[in-house]
Design a binder for this molecule. Structure first.
Ligand SMILES: Cc1cc2nc3c(=O)[nH]c(=O)nc-3n(C[C@H](O)[C@H](O)[C@H](O)COP(=O)(O)O)c2cc1C
Length: 190
């Protein structure tokens, strides 16, 4: 199969579109983040990239924590809005209903089916961006997202970002059970 080289293009996609919440001097702000990932755990840790184009970049290092909220497709317009408008020109605190969990100064979004409160553990400066590592202190999930005891991704209905096409998508169909589908191949190699 012929391949095309694309230079140093980061193609770890699709990405979940998240909304990062911060508070500075009592002012709540939300911004859209596509470059977000799980580091693992314990402790459960998440990384978000905050670019220097954003107002959030100016204060995130001084924050004791931040929230990572997963919007559903119902909130896609508001999600896009907080990603194209800056706190520098507009107060975005009223776009969503804010609630608070265990951490003071970490605003969470009522309308989002999943919200994680994160304690800032490290900020790594990489060129024009800050990689913010947050330890998850508490996770809030809408009751309607549970099927039995499990959180069903289809119920969350997250907004998936295709960074290459600049489009939002929804999660697709189930292919099969994870951690099981390789078993038949394992047996054939034994
Ligand atoms: C889909 C999408 C993904 C984005 N991903 C990021 C990101 O990963 N990191 C980032 O700093 N900005 C990202 N942005 C841009 C910020 O959300 C945007 O600059 C925002 O206006 C910053 O808000 P603030 O100035 O109030 O902090 C994204 C925007 C959109 C629409």
């Amino acid at each position: 199969m012929s391949k095309r080289t694309c230079g140093a293009t980061a193609l770890l996609f699709p990405l979940p579109t998240v909304i990062v919440g911060t508070e500075v001097r009592g002012q709540v702000n939300y911004l859209t983040v596509g470059y977000c990932g799980m580091i693992g755990g314990p402790p459960s840790t998440i990384a978000v990239s905050i670019g220097c184009q954003s107002a959030t970049y100016e204060w995130i290092e001084s924050c004791a924590g931040f929230s990572v909220n997963i919007p559903s497709s119902e909130q896609v317009v508001q999600t896009d809005y907080v990603g194209i408008v800056s706190a520098r020109e507009t107060d975005k605190s009223g776009v969503f209903t804010t609630f608070y969990g265990e951490m003071e100064g970490v605003p969470l979004i009522e309308e989002c089916p999943v919200s994680m409160e994160c304690r800032m553990v490290q900020v790594i400066r990489l060129g024009d961006m800050l990689a913010c590592l947050g330890e998850i202190v508490q996770t809030h999930v809408d009751e309607e997202c549970f099927v039995g005891g499990d959180i069903a991704i289809s119920r969350v209905d997250p907004v998936i970002l295709s960074p290459t096409e600049a489009e939002y998508l929804r999660v697709g169909e189930v292919i099969g059970p994870a951690y099981e589908m390789g078993e038949s191949l394992r047996r054939s190699y034994e």
